[in-house]
Design a protein around this ligand. Sequence first.
Ligand code: FES
Ligand code: MG
Length: 593
Amino acid sequence: MGKTKSAAGLRSRQWFDNPDNPGMTALYLERYLNQEYTREELQSDRPVIGIAQTGSDLAPCNKIHVFLMDRIKAGIRDAGGIPMEFPVHPIQETGKRPTAGLDRNLAYLGLVEVLHGYPIDGVVLTTGCDKTTPAMLMGAATVDLPAIALSGGPMLDGWWNGKLAGSGTIIWESRRLLAEGEIDYDEFMARVCASAPSLGHCNTMGTASTMNAMAEALGMTLPGCSAIPAPFRERMAMAYETGRRIVDMVHEDLKPSDILTREAFENAIVTNTAIGGSTNAPPHLQAIARHAGVPLAMEDWETIGLDVPLLVNMQPAGAYLGESFYRAGGVPAVMGELRAAGRLREGAMTATGRSIGANLEGWSSRDREVIRDVSAPLREKAGFKVLRGNLFDSALMKTSVISEDFRRRFLSDAGKEGIHEGVAVVFEGPEDYHERINDEGLGIDERSILFIRGVGCVGYPGSAEVVNMLPPDAVVRGGIAHLPTVGDGRQSGTSESPSILNASPEAAVGGGLAYLRSGDRVRLDLNAGTMMALVPEEEWKERQAEWRAPALENQTPWQELYRRHVGQLAEGGCLELATAYRKVARQLPRDSH
Ligand code: FES
Ligand code: MG
């Protein structure tokens, strides 16, 4: 262990042991003594470690952390720290309306305020469900106190009728079967519930497993943390070790700003492609990078990540679920393969106090059916394609989920690979989509491209996961599972749809999608990286001049605040004013009385 912080150097001592201001010190101290703490320890050289609790009855994906708390606290105590658990605003992807996307920035704000305003020297960030991980890392980046993330881990594998049933992914498949008349409502419910057999977050490589892998790839967890299934005993051991480690991180003064460097983000981007990660990763990593003050651009996802191969055979891009991924070695095995192929920035610092290269020493895949090596991947060049044009400045396409069938039908036009021309059918949000999708008058067929707008950060608000639209029932029955879909919202990381999404700027703030009309011809050119509405420029300008911003109705005060300050998905969907705040732990808040 390196340098050790003296008691006087601990931030918490400014609250608990300040002889210059006995009145305030007594006030700060006495109320903490009526629970599990003593004056001696609060005035000693033992760091106070906050534990940001994201689990609750309302947040079942993270509920495992309620049961891990004893182990985290034991680790902190055994290493000489003083644990203090505190609640985080719940973010439950499947429970929160209008979308959990609205809550990431609220949980972020709350975390920043707690870490800044309370006697905390370091923090364990409990992560799991989609937005909980970025919210915690964004807060840690802004505050810059020593911080370590602890994943809750995925659920056990789900099974239905002898086949793996993956969270989320089974919904998209079941929706098609329902549309085809193959299953009824009750079987639909039973199939989907079978995919959630235990505590933990989604067992697919959806946004939750992706973002926990990103936390690990960034160096913000102990090695091997993210993939351990929630109910496994190794998860309890990881909770204990994480609690131990954060105490040393305080003594070493190892902060997020030492870990969240440009090199770390490049490692995360490369790893995201190799795991077949979610399209939600780019906005979330963008947000973390902005709060950390690290330059990162949407184009980096293509220049750094596109030509990386897909190594992980896990749904939705592959076949397996979380248990197999863990047994094959999880994130260290994937990164070990990438390291062997020279694809990592090995010098990036991590929460262990060592470089990522040192952490990965000796790691490689333990099961090549589940984690391939770079010479025999599931797919070459499997990253995100970043598109631009008159419809948006940037939008993403996840190439690892483009099926052969989709490629054959839609990505070779008149013999030209990677090009598709079709006719736009435009929906104003998910309600409009559900109401009209089966309307035969729309004439939706193989040449149609489905657009959805008004579902971005400002429009929805919070940017909804609705871009992966199912074609009309009749088209599905005709054997077409996917049509090209485009929108200014997001889609679930568990979806296997090759949508073009996260379009920025969104229609609600006057982005190009706002001027598109049903019946317009649209051209996608993957080689040039463009998507264009083939509308004469004059007419496009006229439509632009006629456009009026939509009236947006806020249902809560937070929605109004959020809409006023949120940026676009391409810039991370941050509260723009918050990105100006850096290392706020360095400034001590004023006394409270
Ligand atoms: Fe919470 Fe997937 S819904 S992790
Ligand atoms: Mg989701």
